[in-house]
Design a protein around this ligand. Structure first.
Ligand code: MSP
Length: 513
């Protein structure tokens, strides 16, 4: 079986500092990367910043800075955010780096060589905010201004000499690929959107600009810069040392397992990117997953709408793991979702402090007091113990399968139910009443500790820091976590010391009306 896993986030525009929407894509990608790593996969996880194009050039001009100096500053805030979010990305790419420029120019040369690029003239609408071309049918007029119907961003008229990519030539091949690879675009609803867009007919795509200079020059015509999306999408292979396709990184990780993106940029990833790759005779990614938006009220949170929520503020107030937990659990994956402080506090109080934190505290306190502070020995599981333990074993393959389908909702429900069952088990078994049946008392404590260990493993991709804190009970360190061992009911060694841990989550005093 292929045990390599390559996941990417979109590369973010450093036109302004990151907001919650960016944090969301990155946290979800980190969740998958961590899950796969503890499941024994060799993981490559890429994120970065998308630094060329008119949008960035204008943002820099507004600040009176040279584009690169401007990007240096803001790209750093994205890089810092990766650390703040505790991401385990293995690389961070900037499209202004030499390795990327070389890679994009090489791809361009391949497309040109294969007769997929020609020089002509573009006359039409363009949105700088989306860095996208729109047809007459895709725009509307509101208050005398032309805007894109889908993104609501303003569009401007463009009339200039431009190189074109023969996108129309790839229509049939793309449809075949979607047909043969039914999981290439997920969720399913998004797949249908893309298919009907392609079936509607593809026009050749303008892939260079002449009226500004902030971009990667077209190799044989320095008057043009390469269209920012052709530039940006190539980052996924630049990071694998493309054009050197014989190198180990490329051979190990391409094609990517999954490009995780927001639904707003699906067309670029599910139509343009595979078409560029087909034209360059390179393999196509295995999957593009378009997740929903973090909303602010009813609208997409975005800098241009001025309705952004700063992830750093939430983290300062509540901590990182509660935010990670909230985004993964409360925003139903694939759909749009809101962040409400009240719901975040409910998550902390009920799921994290009560159901998880309290379980860890209660069981360890009881074990320290009644089992001499060690993992009990001489265990004799009965049917009830085995029933709750077996749930992990019998569901392990299903859990893996669901994760491969990006069904995070299943995963989190499994954890929430397991926490509920674990608390119920400890309450119902009443070990405090078993002091004259030491063997039974020991077995209940052992079973509860085993369940805590298994749940901590499953929580690790979601709330890594807190999970590791809890695993200190057993002196289990990060590199020791192996998902497959949730099948094992006798992992903990009788006689090993149990460590007391600090409170994992403090309850929040609710003072909302
Ligand atoms: N630079 C391009 C992507 C190039 S990828 C080759 C871009 N950048 S962006 O900064 O505008 O947005 C990137 C991604 O951030 C979105 O696709 C999405 O994944 C995430 N989000 C931005 N705003 C978001 C929300 N309000 N909600 C959820 N995710 C959003 O597009």
């Amino acid at each position: 079986m292929d045990k390599n896993f390559y996941i990417t986030t979109p590369i973010y525009y450093p036109s302004a500092k990151p907001h919650m929407g960016h944090a969301y894509s990155s946290i979800i990608a980190d969740f998958f990367a961590r899950f796969k790593r503890i499941d024994g996969f060799n993981v490559s996880f890429l994120t970065g910043t998308d630094e060329h194009g008119l949008k960035i050039q204008r943002a820099a001009e507004n600040k009176g800075l040279e584009p690169l100096a401007f990007c240096d500053e803001i790209s750093k805030t994205f890089k810092d955010l990766s650390k703040t979010l505790n991401l385990t990305n293995t690389d961070f790419i900037r499209t202004t780096e030499e390795r990327h420029i070389k890679s994009v120019q090489n791809l361009w040369n391949e497309l040109e060589k294969n007769d997929d690029i020609y020089l002509s003239k573009y006359s039409g609408w363009y949105s700088v905010s989306d860095e996208a071309f729109y047809t007459e049918e895709e725009i509307e007029e509101v208050d005398g201004k032309k805007i894109s119907i889908s993104s609501k961003s303003p569009v401007e008229w463009m009339d200039e000499e431009s190189y074109f990519f023969r996108l129309s030539k790839w229509e049939k091949k793309l449809l075949d690929y979607y047909e043969k690879n039914s999981d290439f675009i997920l969720p399913k609803s998004r797949r249908n959107e893309v298919i009907s867009f392609v079936k509607g007919g593809l026009k050749d795509l303008s892939v260079s600009r002449k009226s500004f200079s902030w971009g990667i020059p077209v190799p044989n015509n320095k008057e043009h810069v390469i269209y920012v999306w052709l530039d940006a999408l190539t980052n996924y292979i630049s990071a694998l040392n493309y054009p050197d396709i014989k190198n180990k990184k490329y051979k190990t990780f391409w094609p990517a397992t999954v490009h995780l993106i927001g639904k707003d940029i699906l067309r670029f990833h599910a139509v343009y990117w595979p078409a560029f790759l087909l034209a360059a005779k390179l393999p196509l990614p295995k999957k593009v997953y378009g997740h929903g938006w973090i909303l602010s009220g009813e609208e997409k949170m975005s800098k241009s709408k001025g309705n952004i929520l700063d992830p750093i503020e939430i983290i300062d107030q509540y901590g990182l793991d509660p935010l990670r937990y909230y985004l993964i659990k409360e925003v139903s994956f694939g759909n749009d979702g809101n962040i409400s402080q009240e719901k975040l506090e409910d998550c902390i109080n009920s799921d994290l402090a009560n159901n998880f934190g309290n379980l860890c505290q209660r069981v360890t306190a009881f074990a320290i007091k009644n089992c001499e502070g060690t993992i009990p020995k001489m265990i004799e599981f009965n049917q009830d113990d085995l029933k709750i333990l077996d749930k992990f074993k019998t569901n392990l393959d299903l859990i893996r399968d669901k994760i491969d389908k990006q069904d995070i909702n299943f995963y989190i429900d499994f954890i929430v139910n397991s926490l509920f069952d674990a608390n119920k088990y400890f309450n119902d078994e009443e070990p405090w009443k078993k002091k004259d049946d030491i063997s039974r008392l020991n077995t209940i404590v052992y079973t509860s500790l085993e369940i805590i260990r298994k749940i901590c493993y499953m929580l690790y991709p979601i709330i890594p820091e807190s999970s590791l804190k809890a695993l200190k009970i057993f002196s289990i360190e990060e590199k020791k976590i192996e998902l497959s061992s949730i099948e094992n009911h006798n992992y903990l060694k009788g006689g090993d010391k149990i460590k007391k841990i600090d409170i994992l989550f403090k309850k929040i005093e609710k003072n909302h009306d």
